[in-house]
Design a protein. Structure first.
Length: 37
């Protein structure tokens, strides 16, 4: 049972680390789009 808890927390960490990376990626894409204008 303890392993399941560790796995769920690991997934939460992965999700949390994924969100900022996605946001920064969209920011980079937006900057590139603005520069290409």
């Amino acid at each position: 049972m303890g392993n399941e808890e560790e796995h769920s927390t690991a997934m939460d960490v992965l999700r949390c680390s994924e969100l900022p990376s996605k946001a920064s990626t969209s920011k980079v894409l937006t900057l590139r789009y603005e520069r290409s204008k």
